[in-house]
Design a protein around this ligand. Sequence first.
Ligand code: CP3
Length: 341
Amino acid sequence: MLQNDLILRTLRGEQTERTPVWMMRQAGRYLPEYIVLRNKYGFFERCQTPELACEITIQPVDIVGVDAAILFSDILVVPQAMGLEVQLKENVGPLLPDPIKTAADLARIRVPEVDETLAYVFDAIKLIKQELNDRVPLIGFAGAPWTLLCYMVQGKGSKTFDEAKAFCYAQPELAHQLLQMITDTTIAYLKGQIKAGADVLQVFDSWGGLLSPADFEVLSLQYIRQIVASVKDEVPTIIFAKGAWHSLEAMSATGAAGLGIDWCITPQMARQFAGNQVTLQGNFDPAKLLSPIPVIEKEVKEMLTAFGPGRHIANLGHGILPNVLVDHARAFVNTVKEFRF
Ligand code: CP3
């Protein structure tokens, strides 16, 4: 039995004694204890060594006091398992030197046996569950097929992912084959995470907001829908499609227990679009954690008041920035934990 199951109860729509809180990308990035490990081990070494992934996952629980742990890994381990080379360049970001551009490229990759290629993730989850010892739930995750396609086709980060879009618009059949392969891999991967002990799952569609509402349905949501349908009866699932506020109603209809929102929509508008049957998660502007602590405290209280009691998990509207001071992250978390309606 979990000692702190606030997030699980909130995802079920139960009234709780206070609003639960965690931060996207809370493991890694800004924590000095993480930087020590980053200087010693390569990125994928950290992901592939269960003891390291476990230590990094639990750091924010111990240091910042969040109500959930999120697995330390990356969304790009899935394209890697499918047979694409993925590098992470310090201070630059992901690089995939041989991206998918043609049918011949697509023939180079496959839907892998996840128990072989991603076993290290499942081993990490088992170890984390053991070490957490039921203090807080563990969130597993995967990238949404559209966001993974962005990296697999563009080959690197981008503000517009125009080459990825061009691939989809010029070669739609290939694009849909690729999206379905990613979806099939992701379903097996997330089922493996559940079997290993993940209590909640989140699907990150970081680049969903680059698409028009119609393209979001065709290139992203129809695949997310398959993923949610295959896991939602086993564990509560959260969809975070950054910028895709126009589709909150459609995302709610997938049966997801939670929907992440960013700071470009008010909680009131999000609730109107999403309806009352889903928990909202968000939506503090991550850059606001760079404000003085009293400003953070004031704005967090305003955010909590705007969401109102119940059906809300406090979070940032995107990942925490690397230059946030730990005291500021703690101020965010503590303000939520002390607030009462
Ligand atoms: O709380 C957590 O941080 C859990 C682990 C986690 C990482 N990546 C570790 C990581 C999670 C949940 C992710 C998700 C992820 N990865 C997303 C979706 C969420 C989002 O922020 O939009 C995306 C788009 C990626 C792809 C990715 N990985 C990028 C663009 C980068 C470089 C920029 C950066 O620092 O985020 C990465 C590398 C990465 N993944 C790091 C970490 C801690 C930084 C590299 C390092 O510290 O060595």
